[in-house]
Write a protein that binds this ligand. Sequence first.
Ligand SMILES: Cc1cc2nc3c(=O)[nH]c(=O)nc-3n(C[C@H](O)[C@H](O)[C@H](O)COP(=O)(O)OP(=O)(O)OC[C@H]3O[C@@H](n4cnc5c(N)ncnc54)[C@H](O)[C@@H]3O)c2cc1C
Length: 468
Amino acid sequence: MDRRLFLKGSAAGALALALAPAKLHSAGPGRATLTGDFSKAAPEAGQYDVVVCGGGPSGFIAAIAAARQGAKTAIIERYGFLGGMATMGYVAPISEFAFAGERVIGGIPWEFVQRLESMGGAFVEWPKGNVDFDIELYKLCAQRMVLEAGVDLYMHSSLIGCEMEGGSVRRVVIQNKNGLESLRAGVFIDATGDGDLAQLAGVPMQSNSDGELQPSSFCFVLSGVDTDSALLTRYMYHSGRRGSSECKPVREKLLALKAAGAPIPDFGGPWFNSVMHRGSVAVNITRTATDSTDNRNFTQAECRLREDIFTFTGLLRKHFKEFAGCYVSSCAPQAGIRESRRILGVHTVTAEEYVAGEHYPDSISRGAHQIDMHSSKGSGQVLIKLKQAAYVPYRALIAPGFPNLIVSGRCISADRKALASLRVQASCMGIGQAAGLAAVRSVRQGCAVQDIDTAALTAQLRELGAFV
Ligand SMILES: Cc1cc2nc3c(=O)[nH]c(=O)nc-3n(C[C@H](O)[C@H](O)[C@H](O)COP(=O)(O)OP(=O)(O)OC[C@H]3O[C@@H](n4cnc5c(N)ncnc54)[C@H](O)[C@@H]3O)c2cc1C
C-alpha cells in the first residue's frame, strides 16, 4: 500500500530537507505530499486507540467520552490550556443548553458545567441555559476532568501533517519543543475548529459558494467597569428573559457617531459578558472579514482588531460613565473565528431541516441557539429562530472514504446557516461527546467509522444523559 505524508506548506519543506531522498509534491493550497521514508524524522511518541486533535469544547469533551470507555486516548493542543474559543478567544457565555426552558444537551457537557459551578466558576442563566464562566477556572476544570479520565495531553503541540494509507490516517505529525513527533491511533477525531486534519487528509470541504465568511472578532476583558450599574446589570447577562443581550444604548451611540463622520471601525453588538468578577466584563465588539486559514490574512486582521480594541475602549471611556475608569486588563490569546472550513460529509445539515427540528435515525446531539449570522462588513446580523430544538446526525461527522476519521465541533458537515447555530459551545460539546463514543465503537468493533451501529450509539448517548 502506498503511504504518503501530507504536511502544511512550510513544515513540508523542512521535513523534505531532513529526508534527503524523499520527494515533495504540491497537493493543493497549504498542503504538500511527501513520499519516501519519513518515519525517522518524526519518531512515534505514542500509540493510541483515539487521538483527538484540538482541545476546544468539542475536543476535550470527546476525549473524556472516549477515555471513560477505557480507550487509550490523547489530545493534541497547540496552546498550553484547554477550552478552545472559550479560553483562547474569551468567547462567553457557553450557549445554550436549553430550549424553551427545557435542557436539551446533557451527559458529559452538563457534568462539566456542574463541576465548574461547584468550583465557583460557572453561573447558569435560565431559561436559555446560557453559562457564564470564569475563564481561568474553566481551564482548570477541563484539565482536571480530562486528566481524571486518563487522557494523555500533548500541549504546545501543533498538528502539522498526517501519514495516509489509502483513505486511512495512520499517524499524525505534531511539532513542539521536542521537534517533530508522530502519534498513531485507531481513530482520529478532528476537533481543530478549522478542520485541519480533515484538510491534510484530503477530505473534500464545503464550497464557499457565496464567497462570504462570518467575521472574526477579537474579544477582551475590560476591568474598572461599573458592573453594578443599571446598564451593565441589564446587558451583561444572557438569560433571554429581557430580550436581546446586545447592548442597545452603546450600539446606538456608536452608530450615531459613525453617521456623524467619526472614524469608527466596523463593530458588532456590542455584547458585554460576565466573567464572574465584579468590575470586569468580557467584551465582544470588534469585527473584521478574514480567512483564518490563511496565515498572512489572519495576521493582518488580528493586528487591525488589536488597534480596534483600544479605539473602542477609548470610546466607551469617553461616552459612558459606567466605563469612565475602565482599562484593557487582557486581550484574548487570539482573535475569535466564527467560520472557516467544514467537511463535505456523508450528510450535510441544511438550515431548513435544522430550523424545522428534523429528527434523524442517527441523531447524536441537539442545537438550541437561534441561527446567528454576523455580516462580514458593517454591523449587521441575521437571526432566525428555531421552531424547536434542532438535531445533528452522526453522518455529518464523517466523510465517505475516510474510515478512521471523525470530525467534531464547528467543522462538521453543515451549510453556512445551520453552522451559524450549531457552532455554539454547548452544541459543539454535545457533538464531541458523540464523536468520542463513536470512535471507541469503531476501534472496538474493528469497523470503519461509517459502519458503526448508530442505534447502539444513540442508546449509549441517552444512557449518558443526552436528549437524542
Ligand atoms: C467572536 C465569537 C463569539 C462567539 N460567541 C459565542 C457565544 O456567545 N456562545 C457560544 O456558545 N459560542 C460562541 N461562539 C462560537 C464558539 O465559541 C465556537 O464555535 C466553539 O468554541 C467551537 O468549538 P470547537 O471545539 O469546534 O473549536 P474551537 O473552540 O475553535 O477549538 C479548537 C481547538 O483546537 C486547537 N487547534 C486548532 N488547530 C490546531 C492545530 N493545527 N494543532 C493543534 N491544535 C489546534 C485550538 O487551539 C483550539 O483549542 C463565538 C465565536 C466567536 C469567534
